[in-house]
Each structure stands twice: as C-alpha cells, then as structure tokens.
Design a protein around this ligand. Structure first.
Ligand code: PMP
Length: 393
C-alpha cells in the first residue's frame, strides 16, 4: 500500500505519548483566555509585553486596513511592497542602528531564506544545538557543511571552527534568547570567536526584542554589539511586538543580496500592509512603555524566588521564558492536565522539540499578568509536585 508509513509513524507517535494536539482559542490572545471552550489563566503565549490586544495597535490595524485594504496582493518584488512596509523597515533600521532592514512574512521564512541564500556547498554553518528548528532546518537545507556545537559552549564552537575547511565561508548561527530554555547566548564571546576565525555571526533574537535592553532593543544591542560584530540580526514580530512577521537587519550589501537571492522573500506574498502599520505602533510602545519590562522583571523574580523555594526544577533563565523541568513526557502531560483542572494553561513541551528526558512545562509570562496570577500558578505547581514528585535530575 502506498504511503503505509503514515499510519505506522502516527501509531508510534501516539504509543510514545508524543502526539501533539492543538487547542482552539475562542478569545483574544491574552492572559485570560478561552481554550477549547473553557476559561483559563494562560501562561503559554509569546505575547511578552501584552501588546497583542493593545487598543492603539488594534486601532492602527483597523485604520490601515480601512485605508489600504487587507491583502498585500503580491510579493514584494512584484507589486506587493507597500509604503507601510517601507516605513516599518526604515523605523526598525533606525531603532537598531543598522544600515537596512528587510521584512519577511514569518520568522521561519526569514531564517530559511537568509541561511540558504548565503551559503554554498563549500561553506560551513555552525549552530548551537538548541537553536530554533527554523535555523536548523535552514542549515540542513543550505547544503553547506552542517555542524552543531554544544549549547552556549565556546570551546565546542572553537574546536569546530578550527576544523572548518579552508577556502569556504563560515557562518555561526545562534538564538539570542533560547526559545525553549529562556537563557541567552554569550553573544560578545561569539562575536570575538567569529572575528578570530574570519566568520560571520547571525543572531535570531526572536524572544529578546521588546524584552531585553533598556528600551527593548534586544540582546545584541544591549550588549553593545553592532553590524560589524553581528552581521545578520533577525527578529520576529509575532512575539513581544504582538503582531506577525519578521525582519532581518544588516548592511546594505546583505539586504540587497537577500532581496535578490532569498527564495522565501521573493516567492511569497508580502505581509498585509495593515500589519506593518500596526507593528510601527508596537515599535513605539515598546520604547515608550518601559513599565511593561519593569513589571515583567518583577513577575520573573517573584516566580523564581518562590519556585526555587518549593524545589521546582528551573533553568538558569532571567527572561519571561521560565521552563519547569519535569523530565518524563507522560509526567509533563499529567502536570499539564492537572493544571488545566485548576484553570491554569501551561503548555507541556516534549521531545522531539526538546532533548529526550527534558520534558517540561514551558511557563511564559506577559506584562498583563499580575503577581496574584503568578501566585495562582505557584499554587498549581505546588499541587502537581505533591501528587507527582519529580526526581532531582
Ligand atoms: N526563531 C525563533 C527563535 C522562534 O522561537 C520562532 C518561533 N517560535 C521563530 C524563529 C519563527 O518565527 P515565526 O513564528 O514568525 O515563524
């Protein structure tokens, strides 16, 4: 029978308890959410600053769609590149102190298009082993020599850099804030290693923009690194910005090159102009409403202090991504179900998204949470711990 592996592979997924089910959101994406027709206090969105429903951003989106319509109607290089895209690219470039910015329709496409455009077979791409799937996929698809180094481990990276064949280019690729662990890449040390080995450094700071830095400028700028240190800077707009899409920032030459050779830029419909307009307002709010970052940091400190006191297993993260390690996949599901019964929604993340034996509840905080909300979550986690203790790992 043709394609018999579909049934077999699905069966294995289910037997292993790793079949991913999706839930249906029946409310705006916010801390109080209706999922599968039930009300929950949610700790699982990437809307870190609580901007996804900000009235000014919603208003900008509505006004722009009344003015410009909904769909871009074509790709950027045909006739879909709109004045609103131009304004957003310029505003992002100015904010980040980069020569230019290129918008992509999603972060996945930004990473896929950038890495595959730049690399040839004779080149080497070196990636942190915990990088986001879109970066890993991009590296594999590029056909370049693909190397993974140990997570945030400079020695492991340097050993691989030293072995890269002469004559090929070298590209080091890392998440800024790691999406499943919440820790940050040692970008200064990575930039130094890149310089020493005549490599380029690409940082995908999808989870750092809006959250890290005095004005939400992200990990790379808050560490004082510029275009000479990090030649390729990627950000996504569906997280702290509260909208959708992504951007790549870099030199004139890089942006010209991507606009000519990044297939996921060229062969896809541009993001709706109203999204670009709404994102421009989000960019202003990210800079103006510093209280959102201040409040988030209070929530994170409170959570970590109390959770560590309860002997929950946390990771060394100071960002709004605060995974609670459970280990076993079925245990992670049991905790998730129990929390649901208490009106709390926290996603269980299991292999293959995270390494085997490190299943977890991926807690994420939003500036719209209150300290009382965090206390409710802590009570729920305490109750899980009493029912199903986690062995120290
Ligand atoms: N990079 C990282 C680090 C991510 O976490 C994600 C999405 N979670 C992406 C890229 C993809 O972004 P998008 O959702 O816009 O495709």
């Amino acid at each position: 029978m043709a394609f018999a592996h579909l049934k077999k592979d699905l069966g294995v997924r289910k037997e292993q308890g790793l079949f991913r089910k999706r839930s249906t959101l029946g409310s705006p994406q916010d801390v109080n959410a209706v999922l599968d027709n039930e009300r929950y206090l949610s700790f699982c969105a990437n809307d870190y600053l609580g901007l996804a429903n900000h009235p000014e951003i919603v208003e900008a989106f509505q006004a722009a769609s009344r003015k410009w319509g909904v769909g871009a109607g074509a790709s950027h290089l045909v006739s879909g590149h709109h004045l609103e895209h131009e304004l957003l690219e310029d505003a992002l470039a100015k904010w980040l102190g980069r020569s230019r910015v290129l918008l992509f329709s999603t972060g996945y496409m930004a990473n896929l298009g950038t890495v595959t455009a730049l690399l040839r077979r004779s080149d080497t791409v070196l990636q942190d082993r915990l990088n986001h799937a879109s970066l890993l996929d991009a590296g594999l698809l590029s056909g370049a020599r693909f190397q993974r180094y140990l997570h945030n481990d400079l020695e492991s990276l340097k050993a691989k850099l030293a072995k890269a064949p002469e004559g090929g280019e070298k590209l080091i690729v890392t998440d800024g804030v790691f999406s499943m662990d919440g820790d940050v890449a040692p970008v200064r040390a990575l930039a130094k290693a890149a310089r020493e080995h005549d490599a380029w450094l690409m940082v995908d700071d999808a989870h750092g923009f809006g959250v890290l830095g005095q004005n939400g400028e992200g990990l790379v700028n808050s560490e004082g690194l510029d275009e000479n240190d990090v030649q390729i800077l990627v950000g996504t707009l569906g997280k702290a910005f509260g909208t959708a899409g992504a951007f790549v920032a870099g030199s004139d030459e890089l942006i010209d090159y991507l606009s000519q050779f990044a297939r996921s830029y060229i062969y896809t419909t541009a993001m709706p102009p109203a999204i670009a307009s709404a994102t421009n307002v989000a960019l202003r709010l990210i800079q103006e409403e510093a209280w959102r970052r201040q409040h988030l940091s209070e929530l994170i400190t409170h959570f970590r202090t109390e959770a560590l006191g309860m002997n929950l297993q946390l990771l060394p993260s100071e960002t709004p991504i605060q995974p609670v390690i459970v280990g076993d996949s079925e245990l992670a599901i049991a905790w998730n179900e129990h929390l649901k019964s208490l009106g709390l929604w926290v996603t269980a993340i299991r292999p293959p998204t995270v390494p085997a034996g490190s299943a977890r509840l991926r807690v994420t905080f939003s500036a719209n949470h209150s300290i009382g909300d965090v206390d409710r979550l802590l009570q729920g986690l305490c109750s899980c711990l009493q029912r199903w203790p986690v062995e120290a790992g």
